[in-house]
Every structure is written in structure tokens, then in C-alpha cells.
Design a protein around this ligand. Sequence first.
Ligand code: ITT
Length: 186
Amino acid sequence: MRVLFITSNKGKFKEAKRYLSPLGVELIRGRVDYPEIQADDLEEVVRFGLEWLRDKIDTPFFIDDSGLFVEAFGGFPGVYSAYVFKRLGNKGLLKLMEGVDYRDAYFKSVIGYYDGEIHIFRGIVKGSIGYEKRGEGGFGFDPIFIPHGFSRTFAQMTIEEKNKISHRGRALKAFSNWLKENLQNE
Ligand code: ITT
């Protein structure tokens, strides 16, 4: 089956394609700029995005809103991750964390699929923020995020390794399980 992923982020698309292709899903990337409202929670952003897009797209599609939540900052940048990454980058976030010993953080991803109805899938990965950037892979905050149980950052992992444990990989797993159960007879 073919599924449309609306995203401006090449890294997200690459990960989703790598995850879904072996399961027989042909992933197509669509680029439609949709408003990302300021909300307290990623799910609200996703629901608003789907509602806005649904009249403009005539095939089933999904979007992914994600963010990095730093515990010492009460979850910041969270829903503001895209803005903070653009303005401060990894260097800026590391600078904000200078002198901060408590470095726990988590990534969260919310996938919203629209096929006439809204379906929501979530994934979380816990970890910590390193003291310097490491690795060339991935995108965004990957070079400074070390998932729990590992000594490498996400940027030092292959896409497959990251997908196995990441927030997006987990949300994609829930999404693909749902697709298998609900669309197997189509
Ligand atoms: P969309 O068009 O899909 O919305 P975006 O880049 O604007 O793309 P978000 O609004 O979800 O995406 O912003 C989340 C930001 O958080 C993103 O720009 C990255 O900087 C960061 N981020 C999200 N997932 C990440 C991941 O798996 N690894 C590293 N950084 C990530």
C-alpha cells in the first residue's frame, strides 16, 4: 500500500521510509506547509495539523510532531523544539546546560494518521544530554542525545539502530501494527 507522509523534515522521512518499506508500505513524501499551533502538548499540534490538512489532501496521509524534553528545564524545548533547534542549535542547547548536572531528557513523537478519521500513535525514548556533540548521522538534536542503556548518541547509530529504540521508531511500530490489523483485507 501507498501512504503519504507530509513533512518538511528529510531526516524524519528517511527514518519512516526505512522502517515502513520492509513491511510493504510504499512511503511518499508530501510537502505542504501547515500551521503548527502553540500548544502545551504535541498531540494538540498534530490534531490541529490534521484538521487543517484534511480538506486539502485526498488520500490517506500522516504527520509527525516531535520534540526533545529536558527534565532540568521542565520539559523545554518540548513543543518548541523546531524553533529552538533553528535558533540555538545543539551548540546553544549545550551552552544553556553548562553547569547543569541533571541531564535527563526524553524525545517524544506523535504520529497522526488521517483516513477519514484521526488515529494517533505515540513513542517515547528516555536518555540524557551529552556534554559535547558526537556523531555525523541523524538530524536535529541527535548528536547530543544518548539513549538510556547506550554510550553512543543517536547520531552515532545507523538508522536501523535508532529506529529500534527511538521515539519515532516506537510510534512507527504502533502505526504499522495498526495498519496491518486494519488494512490487511484491502
Ligand atoms: P515537520 O515538517 O515534520 O513538522 P519539523 O522539523 O518542523 O518537521 P517538528 O515540528 O516535529 O518537525 O520539530 C521537532 C524538532 O525536534 C525537529 O526540527 C528536530 O530539531 C527535533 N527532533 C525531532 N525528532 C528528532 C529526532 O529523532 N532526532 C533529533 N532531533 C529531533
